[in-house]
Ligand binder design. Structure first.
Ligand code: AMP
Ligand code: GLY
Length: 427
């Protein structure tokens, strides 16, 4: 089977790495891939966001399955275009991808189906939004409706901050059309966890619960990022809570999307806040999480390919995948300046030493390999150094040992990834 993986991050390297171990795989291509995926298959030119380039590449290379990493091409209709060409694809239609592409759509869907989420209102008029905020408790959360690369959510400690966020989005159009509507919602206080579920639109296979670390600095300080590290399984989502998430959130979401004529097939990422023993939906993503996918796939003992193929073809087997014992932990190595602009080009050293750490895998994210074969920094999140261990403490130790072996000018990482899972306060 020839698989084309679309995207260029640590998530896509982890998907390629796991799929490359499948006995059913005969060839692997990545569009565009990165300095790590290049060792596993063919890197194809182009951008993951360019729908027609991806469709052409899938057709020309006769891909048997296209696995889409990022959300933007899904929201733009890549899966629909591929299906129209008769090419199997893992990833939802544009109509189903609205669960991530429009926060207003998502919240209204949740409300229609009685799925627990924070109370909210949707506004396109700044005066009405400000009037509402004046009557709500603080902190309050202001969200741009559309895709805004992790920057469109502002948790506002007081009303002036919320007013600024509304003005930036609705008046100054800081996020362009993505901020032409805003969701204003109550702030939930609790513990965050994510559950990724593979679904063919009817049947579901939940993966293990994960916990991401979204802020850039130790102790959850500083601006939000795409994610600075993650671990699985997350003890915060115990079996009782997992059962509630499946019954009260996942099952009604999948059934609701089907009932509305827009079945969701692919990976449903459920971002949760656990408040006093009850799960609430913070957000849905319509694709694998990054970095969560990295520890998830290192922890997964079974073949991933049948799951993705089953979801794409509509005949997913509900057998739960087998997992390695223990846990897995991923530490993101980033370039100075992230989540803002970063300097590119620095040469990376120590990758061989990192790869010698037992049960550690270095996933590339923002890297390229130059003509001389040197790995160079090409983005904000540069690597996801991931390891498994007999327990979370060992997984974490190995991940940091491998992470510390890698060097370049401007490298940084959080030092507290996974501490919460060990029952210790981060920072
Ligand atoms: P989202 O992209 O909607 O998940 O939001 C990004 C981050 O903002 C989440 O991971 C939370 O940390 C935070 N957040 C979003 N909505 C809320 C909420 N209603 N209450 C508290 N924190 C929130
Ligand atoms: N780590 C969060 C995300 O993938 O959006």
């Amino acid at each position: 089977m020839h698989i084309l993986v679309v995207g260029s991050g640590g998530r896509e390297h982890a998907l390629a790495w796991k799929l490359a171990q499948s006995p059913a795989l005969s060839a692997l291509s990545c569009l565009p891939g990165n300095g790590g995926t290049a060792a596993l298959g063919t890197s194809l030119p182009g951008s993951a966001g360019d729908v027609e380039t991806v469709v052409r590449a899938a057709r020309e290379r006769r891909a048997d399955l296209v696995v889409v990493g990022p959300e933007a091409p899904l929201v733009a209709g890549l899966a629909d275009r591929l299906r129209a060409e008769g090419i199997p694809v893992f990833g939802p239609s544009a109509a189903a991808a609205r669960l991530e592409g429009s926060k207003a759509f998502c919240k209204e869907f949740l409300a229609r189906h009685g799925i627990p989420t924070a109370p909210f209102r949707v506004f396109d008029d700044p005066a009405a939004a400000l009037d509402h905020i004046a009557r709500r408790p603080v902190p309050v959360v202001v969200k741009a409706d559309g895709l805004a690369a992790d920057k469109g959510v502002v948790v506002c400690a007081d009303r002036p901050a919320a007013e600024t966020a509304v003005r930036e989005m609705l008046v100054e159009r800081r996020f362009g059309p993505a901020g032409a509507r805003v969701v204003v919602e109550d702030c939930l206080v609790g513990e965050e966890a994510s559950l990724l579920v593979i679904t063919d639109g009817t049947r579901c296979v939940p993966l293990r619960a994960a916990q991401d670390h979204k802020r850039v600095g130790d102790g959850d300080r500083g601006p939000n990022t795409g994610g600075m590290g993650a671990y699985v399984p997350a003890p915060a989502l115990d079996d009782r809570l997992l059962g509630r998430v499946l019954d009260r959130i996942v099952e009604p979401t999948v059934a609701g999307m089907r009932a509305e004529g827009t079945p969701f097939a692919g990976c449903l990422y459920v971002g949760l806040m656990l408040v006093a023993g009850e799960p609430y939906v913070l957000e849905f993503n319509v694709r694998f999480g990054d970095p969560e996918t990295q520890p998830l796939l290192v922890h997964m003992a079974d073949d991933l390919l049948p799951l993705l193929e089953g979801a794409a073809r509509g005949d997913l087997s509900e057998r739960a995948p087998a997992w390695h014992p223990g846990a897995a932990c991923c530490v993101v190595l980033a370039q100075e300046g992230y989540p803002g602009e970063v300097r590119k080009g620095a040469a990376v050293e120590g990758l061989e030493a990192a790869a010698r750490v037992p049960d550690a895998v270095v996933f590339h994210a923002g890297t390229v390999r130059d003509e001389a074969g040197v790995v160079r920094v090409a983005g904000g999140r540069v690597f996801g150094v991931t390891a498994r261990g007999a327990d979370l403490a060992q997984a974490r130790e190995r991940a940091y040992e491998a992470a510390d072996a890698i060097r370049w000018e401007g490298k940084f990482c959080r030092r507290d990834i996974g501490l919460r899972g060990l029952g210790r306060r981060p920072g």
